[in-house]
Design a protein around this ligand. Structure first.
Ligand code: SF4
Ligand code: SF4
Length: 396
C-alpha cells in the first residue's frame, strides 16, 4: 500500500499552509490540539509517508522542494504507534474542504495512511476492536442483525415488481427499524416499490476506516454478490460511498448504481402526489456524508417541505458549512470522549433554533444526536407518515 499522487500532493500543500481550515475541524475544536488540526494530521502524512515516495518534482515544485530542504532539512518522521493514532482523529466530515482553497480531500489521504499503519501493525486498539466485532458478528453493531432483518422482511409489504433493492445496512435495522419500514412504505406509495435484501448485509465501511482494506474488500465483494446488478437504495450515505468509491479503491467494481433513500424518494415527488402535511416543525441536520460526501442537500429538504405543514428550520451552520456530529470515521471507537463532545456541540447548535425535535437522514447521526439528548427522527419516517399515515411503532 502506498499513498496516491492526489493524497501526496494534498499532504504537501497542507504542510506549508498557515492552517486556513483550522477552525472548521470539529476534532481540532473539541480537542484544542494543534496535532489534530487538518494541518497537523496531513503534515504527519507528508513527513512520515508521502515525502519518502514522492516522485522527483519539476518546475515550481522543484523550487518549493529546495525551499523545504532549507527549511527543515527534508527530514522525515517515523510512523510509530503514537503517530498512527493521530491518523484516526478524523470523522471524515470533509468540513475542512469547504474552506480549503485547494479543496484538499483530507480523509482521502488519512484513510490511505491508516491502511499503511494497519499493514505495519500500528492500528490503534479501537480499530482492532472493530475488526474483532466483524469477525464475531459480521458487522459492528450491537444486536442480532439476522433476526432484525427477518422481522423486517416478515412484516414489510414488498411488491414482487420491485426493480430496485433497499440496502438497509447494519445500523438502521437494529437502531431504528421503523426507518427501514418507512422507506418501503413511502416508496410503495410513490409507485416505486423497493425490495428488501433478505439477508443481513453490511457494506464493511468500518473495516475500510480501520485501515483493513483486504478485509473490507471481502465484505464489499460479498455485498455486491448478493445485491446483483439492480439499482441499490441505501439509508446511509456512508453505505453509498462504501459500495461505490471505497469499493473501487480496493478493485471491486460496483455492479449497479447506488443512491441514497432521500434521493430515490424525492425524485418521485410531483404535483400528482397529494397528502395532508403533518403538523409540527423540525430542525434539520445535514449528515456530512450525504451533504459534503455525495453533494445531496436538496432531496431531504424537499421531503421535509412536502411532509410538514410548518416545514423545517435550518441549523446555524448548514449545507457545505454544516457542523459534524462526531459519529463518523471510527472516532467513536478511537476517541470516544471527543465524539461525545462533538455530538453535544452539534446538539447545542441545533437546540439554538428553539426546537428539540431534529430530523436527519443517517442512522449514525441519529444515534449520536439522540445520545446527546435530542428527539431525532429520520426524514423517511416523516415522509412515510405524510404519505401513508402513521404506523404504530414496532419493536425490533
Ligand atoms: S486542507 Fe487546505 S486549508 Fe486545510 S491545512 Fe490543508 S491546505 Fe490548508
Ligand atoms: S475531514 Fe473533518 S474531522 Fe477530518 S480533518 Fe477535515 S474537518 Fe477535521
Amino acid at each position: 500500500m502506498s499513498i496516491d499522487r492526489a493524497a501526496t500532493d494534498a499532504a504537501e500543500r497542507c504542510l506549508y499552509c498557515p492552517k486556513m481550515c483550522r477552525f472548521a475541524c470539529p476534532v481540532a475544536h473539541e480537542s484544542a490540539r494543534e496535532t489534530l488540526t487538518p494541518w497537523g494530521k496531513m503534515s504527519l502524512v507528508s513527513l512520515a509517508l508521502a515525502r519518502s515516495q514522492a516522485p522527483l518534482p519539476s518546475g515550481v515544485e522543484q523550487i518549493f522542494r529546495k525551499a523545504r530542504a532549507l527549511f527543515d532539512g527534508g527530514a522525515a518522521w517515523p510512523l510509530d504507534a503514537d503517530a498512527a493514532e493521530i491518523l484516526y482523529a478524523c470523522t471524515g466530515c470533509l468540513r475542512c474542504r469547504t474552506w480549503c482553497e485547494h479543496e484538499n480531500d483530507v480523509p482521502h489521504a488519512l484513510l490511505q495512511a491508516r491502511a499503511i499503519a494497519a499493514e505495519r501493525g500500528l492500528a490503534p486498539a479501537g480499530a482492532h476492536a472493530v475488526v474483532e466485532r466483524f469477525e464475531r458478528h459480521g458487522h459492528t453493531q450491537q444486536g442480532d442483525l439476522a433476526q432484525a432483518i427477518a422481522r423486517l422482511t416478515e412484516d414489510s409489504a414488498v411488491s414482487p415488481g420491485s426493480t430496485s433493492v433497499l440496502f438497509a445496512g447494519c445500523e438502521a435495522p437494529l437502531s431504528n427499524p421503523n426507518s427501514v419500514r418507512a422507506t418501503l412504505r413511502a416508496a410503495s406509495r410513490l409507485n416505486a416499490p423497493l425490495a428488501l435484501a433478505k439477508e443481513p448485509l453490511c457494506c464493511g465501511r468500518p473495516l475500510f476506516e480501520a485501515g483493513f482494506r483486504d478485509r473490507f474488500k471481502k465484505e464489499v465483494s460479498r455485498a455486491w454478490e448478493r445485491l446483483g446488478d439492480r439499482e441499490v437504495v441505501a439509508l446511509s450515505a456512508t453505505c453509498v460511498r462504501a459500495l461505490t468509491e471505497d469499493a473501487r479503491a480496493v478493485g471491486v467494481e460496483p455492479r449497479g448504481p447506488v443512491i441514497h433513500a432521500t434521493t430515490y424518494l424525492a425524485r418521485r415527488l410531483g404535483p400528482d402526489v397529494q397528502a395532508l402535511p403533518l403538523p409540527g416543525r423540525v430542525a434539520w441536520h445535514d449528515p456530512c456524508q450525504l451533504g459534503r460526501g455525495l453533494g445531496e442537500y436538496d432531496s431531504p429538504r424537499r421531503l421535509l417541505e412536502a411532509s410538514l405543514a410548518a416545514g423545517y428550520v435550518e441549523a446555524p451552520t448548514s449545507r457545505e458549512q454544516a457542523n459534524c456530529c462526531g459519529a463518523g470515521g471510527l472516532v467513536p471507537e478511537t476517541y470516544p470522549e471527543l465524539a461525545q463532545a462533538m455530538a453535544m456541540s452539534r446538539a447545542d447548535e441545533l437546540r439554538s433554533t428553539g426546537l428539540e425535535k431534529v430530523a436527519t437522514a443517517c442512522p449514525s447521526c441519529a444515534r449520536a444526536l439522540s445520545a446527546a439528548g435530542l428527539d431525532v427522527v429520520d426524514v423517511v419516517e416523516l415522509a412515510a407518515d405524510w404519505l401513508c399515515g402513521p404506523e404504530p411503532a414496532k419493536e425490533p
